[in-house]
Structures are given as C-alpha cells and as structure tokens.
Design a protein around this ligand. Sequence first.
Ligand code: GBH
Length: 449
Amino acid sequence: PPWAPPAEPMGFPADYLWGTATSAFQVEGATTVDGRGPSIWDAFTAVKANIRGGATGEPGADQYRRYESDADLMSDLGVGAYRFSISWSRIFPTGAGQVNRAGVDHYRALVEALVARGIRPAITLFHWDLPQALQDGGGWQERDTATRFAEYARTLFDALGDVEADWFTINEPKTHAFVGHWYGVHAPGLTDPDAAAAAVHHQLLAHGLAVQAFRASGARGRIGIALNLLPVYATDPDATGGADRVDASENRLFLDPVLLGTYPVEAIGPYPGSLPADAAAFEALQQPGDLDVVSEPCDLLAIQYYGVTGVDPGGNTVTIEPTSAASWQQIRAEGLYDLLTRLRDEYPAIPLLITENGMPDPLPAVTVDDPYRVDYLRTHFQQAARAIGEGVPLIGHFVWSLLDNFEWAEGYAQRWGIVAVDFDTQERMPKASAGFFSDVIASNAVSSA
Ligand code: GBH
C-alpha cells in the first residue's frame, strides 16, 4: 500500500530551519541603480522574443527598494531564514576589477535587516546572472570565469563574513549549463552541448574554489552548492538502462564530482538521455587536481526539489502526472522521500538542506486562494518528516518563493509566490499557503490534513 501520514502531527527537529527563497534578477528590479553593471539576463531579456510577453527584470518585485518591508513580511510569517542571491554585476559591474561599494552596502543593509529580525541570511553567490562583460570574454566556457568567481566570492566573504550565515556557491549548475547553453531557453541563449559541458565543469570548479576561499577567509557559517535533483523512474523495471543514463546526466553529473570527486562517464555522449557533448573534449578541460578542488568538503548539500520524471527503455522521458502550470513539473511528493533516502544510502553523510520547493499558480492572474499549493507543501513537508524519521540528516526546508516574481522565460506570467505581488502597485498579498506555512513553522510540525 502507498505510504500514508500518521494521524498525529509529524514534528521536526527543534533547530529545523524554515525559510523562503528568491533570487536577485527575479525580485530586485532597479537594474540600473547604484552602479549595477549589465548581466547576461539584461542582454537576454532585451530580445523580446526570448521571454513571454517581452518581460524584463523591471520591475521585478522591486525588492532592491523594498527589502525592509519584505523583511517585516517574513518576520510576520515567522520564517527563520531568507535565501536570496547577490547580483555579481552590482559588486563588480564588469565582472572583475574595482569593487562597487554601493552594491556591497546594499547587501550589507539587507543582511542587517534580516539579522535584526532574527532571520538567518542564506546567501547564493550565483543564480545565473553572469556579468555581461564576462560573457563577452567567453563566460562559463572559459576556465578564467571560475577564477573571477572565486575573487567575487572572496570579496563577499570579507564584506559579510562576520555575520553567521549559510552560503551557496552556485544555484543549479545543471539548469544554467543545460537550459542556458544547450536548450537556448535561458541566458546566454546558446544551443551548443559542448558549451554546456564546459559550463558544467567550470561552474563546479568555481564552486570548489569558492569553498576554499570561504575556509581561508574565516567567514562564519556554512557553505555548500545548490543542486536541482530529479528522481528518475524507469517505466519498465526490467529495462532500466535509459533511466540510468538520464539519472547520470540529471543527477550524478553534479552529485558525483562534488561528493565523490569523480565524473560519471555515462552522463556525456551520443545516447538518448545523455548530454550529447564530446566526451574527450570534456575530459580535456580538466586539469590535474581539478576534481580535488570540486570535491573540497562542504558543510551541507542544498537540494532543490520540484518533482520527478519517467524514462522509457530507450532513454526518452515519459511524463508522470500530475503536472503543474510549469509543464516540466511532474508532481510527486514521495519523490522527495526517494531522493533523500537515496542520498543517505549512496553518498557520504552530509547535512542536507532543501533550499527550493514549490509550485506555480495555474493562471497568470493575481490570486491569494491557492489550495493546490497548501496541498503541495503539506505533502512535501510530510515526506521530509518521514525521511528525517528514517535517519536522513535533513536540517531545513525553504519554499520557492517568498514572492511572485520574474519567472525567467515565462516572465511575470507564472506565479510561484506564497505572497502575491501586484506588479503595477507592488502591493504584497499573502496567499492561503503563506498562512499554512506560518502555522507549520509556529508548531514546527505538519498534520495529516
Ligand atoms: C528553479 O529551477 C530556479 O532555481 C528558480 O530560479 C525558479 O524560479 C524556480 O525553479 C521555478 O521554476 O526550459 O522546459 O527545458 C527549477 C528547475 C530546471 C525547472 C530546468 C525548469 C527547464 C525546463 N528548473 N527546467 S525547459
């Protein structure tokens, strides 16, 4: 029989970290304020056909200006942590060179607004908005970008490292590499599998260099990388080869180098479900010692969980229903349990933190009535509690997103917030799911219904 939650509420550990998440380009707006330089997302959104409705990073959710009242909002919800990202081109407008003080000061003020309200900062260094000047020099296809990233990371560890915080080096290196460099759906809009493979290695190298810089800086808190992981289910239990290949490119291509110091050879090559890049060229990018850097020990592994996929014996994906308004999202709460227990069973022990989890409203219109999201969150919290009960070292859970925001290629037409935003007035309106989340946080437990 399928697993069912117990009648009694399921409790979480006393220090469990409940949070909400956003990213800079999606919520900040103010794209030309205080010396910010252009990023690849400014360039990509300047081509109207790239984004639904021709939307851009303006107005976002105007959080660059509204961070204090958004901190109040989170305080009202009772969240213990806020995960935001830093815009690299606010700190280094051309990616390197002189630090832009106004950019650093902004994030200092944000961090202090959070700490003053007892909210732990959870800081992502790179959530896909590469300074355009670095892209002009080859971006993540160039090894040098990893070096520039380490310098950028060091600048932030020096500026904010006196504050106890969680740090994430790279957000979803898979999405940035595959969707940005291979599918052409995200910035920088390339359609080249070899560029995607290079972006995989150089982002992972950047991650490892930043972890080393974090240790050397003596910054307070913990550091890790945020991976979006996708449980892959074979449609035929007697022919799992196709699913294994998809699993290699979706999950092990990132988990193995970071946690084991090896790349899975079956992730790359001319097979259905693999990244169709030149394996020898990928190998040639790697210098001696790179995998030691990539696997530099972290304090935690950040997991972003949205759903699952099915794969047939030929390596073709098969949709597992139900999907959401995001057609790629195949919702299955038990997949979170499967993922967490798999990490426990197949990788060295490391604290796990869910840094994104959520779903969009079915329509682009503003709504505060979101029973589907309440149900989504409840069932996912239950599966998290179930995994904790079976010894999974899960230390917290962040909902994507605090606010409706700029949803990349979908523009403002896909709303992921537990708080609705009117993009004309910037009014914030908590949805039913925000109230539900508040109650879960207050009781530190989730009920069966
Ligand atoms: C997260 O990615 C992001 O970190 C966050 O910024 C975003 O707002 C949130 O999810 C909601 O989407 O272009 O059809 O090939 C989630 C994982 C992986 C989902 C790539 C979209 C691309 C689908 N993403 N996937 S497609």
